[in-house]
Design a protein around this ligand. Sequence first.
Ligand SMILES: [Zn+2]
Length: 195
Amino acid sequence: MTAAHAQAELGCERVLIIDWDVHHGNGTQDIFWASPNVLFFDTHRAAPFYPGTGNKEEVGVGLDEGLTVNVPLPAGCGDPSLVKAYREILVPAVEWFKPDLILVSAGFDMHRLDLCMNLSYSGFGALSGIVQELADNHCGGRLAMVLEGGYHLESLARGVRTVLEVLAGGDPPEIEEPGISEVAGLADFHRDAFR
Ligand SMILES: [Zn+2]
């Protein structure tokens, strides 16, 4: 496990794991459910979509309480909602947590050609820009992405290309429209943990 290795061998104390795959990262959540030095942030299609976990009330236990941040979203919510979730929930969480390494479980099955979340290539680019800026601001640019799922080969390939263009210094696309109102409620729910 990359995060555990980074902590044990590379001198990283606080690791942020971001999971933007459309499926909830239940395995990652289980591993770090009680870990006070790992912040896990997961946007995913809400249950009953597989695997059915990742309700917002799943926040970790003990010293990890509040360090598991689940953002379940309805099918079809699209770029504005994902960008809003990253800006309004992830960004304040990271400013509070101050990671020294950021890892991303980068699945591409949120794309509109894939599993119904209606993300565009620009959406992936915008998320990449937010994450890269967080890495630059908080941990000296230390950012690693791990390729996860993606069932539609065209959107998988073009999605990866879009992300790499942003990471290589391209301007991330602007996504300005308001997202779904559910995100505001989720942001309110998580906000207290980061004060
Ligand atoms: Zn997936």
